[in-house]
Ligand binder design. Sequence first.
Ligand code: ASP
Length: 412
Amino acid sequence: MKKRGLTFKVITALLLGAVAGLLLNLYAPDVFNIVNPYLFVPLGQIFLALISMLVVPLVFLSLVLGVAGLGDPAKLGRMGIKTITYFLLTTTIAILIALSLAAVVQPGLAGDFDLEAATFEAEEAPSIAQTLMNIIPKNPLAAMMEGNMLQIIVFAVFIGLALTTLGEKTKGILNLVEQGNEIMMYLVGLVMKFAPYGTFGLIATAVGSQGLSAMQAMGSYMLVILAALLIHAVVTYGGTVFFLAKKSPVWFFKEFFPAMTVAFSTSSSTGTLPVSMDIAQNKLNVPKPISSFVQPLGATINMDGTAIMQGVATLFIAQAYGLELTTAELATVVLTAVLASIGTAGVPGVGLIMLAMVLSSVNLPVAGIGLVIGIDRLLDMSRTAINISGDAACALYVAETEKKRELKMEKA
Ligand code: ASP
């Protein structure tokens, strides 16, 4: 009953924030400029800081606990292979849905876009090889200070394995980790009490500061992305939950919805981790070891919503510039978008920076990003909600297969 109340409050806050932002944007932009920095921004930023504060300790402690709880290193390897295969496959499906829709609807031909004015300075995107090589933290404390999720995951796995092997000798540390994890979960619950206010502020700022006329011109681009996100959620994730995890997709989305609203308002998969892990463990009944391994990994390397945006944006830019892509080039787009999804950090706006990599791989003008950047904030919110749903669906699927395996072993 208590949780229901919170979900209801968060959704109400989301709607109120959107209405407040929209009305001020349309009828009183001056009032918005006063209210925004003194009310909306502080509310949003305080909430963001509160949940971000918990991410690093929570991921570290719960993953150490998870790996130690697995008991068997082989289980970790099996889970890792399943998870990464699932991530790669679903990201490929996501980008194929995006490319097909964008090829049929052709949003890049839906208006006259000012190509001369479009500019974008591509930042140096980290190379994928570099990201992969860097996953072993030379300095684990530095990794925690920077919030380098992949490095934190690797270090936690090592510590967890050591605790399993050393058993009785390190029982004290294991207890400490357990208690630390309890503290973090308690704090997640506490911080979430502020969620309705934070959501209100974040949404009001996002909606209020969007150029609404810009949104009209980009209407069909936005609709294609939103449609592709919806199709992917219903078909791919719904299918995963129904066929692979043998659960009801309606139940899944209903229970997971509060996490999706937090992802929507914060635009950060990583920032949403405390909430998405809490719901996966306590509402979707995903065992802790699986949730604390799959979800932080997914928040870092699995971004289906981002791949969808990149697929649609690539075709949109090609169409707007009157350029055709060959089949081989389309295959390159699929491959680079999957890689870009791995390399995209789960924080706001990075997907757009990684789009530069996808565009350059097929020699499309990177300046084209200038066409879509103005309306990216609202799309970022939507794709982040999808990004984290993919991680939760995967956790549910891994949990089901592990359960089946255990049952089989017991019988044998
Ligand atoms: N904001 C997205 C996320 O955190 C990443 C992106 O597409 O920019 O999942």
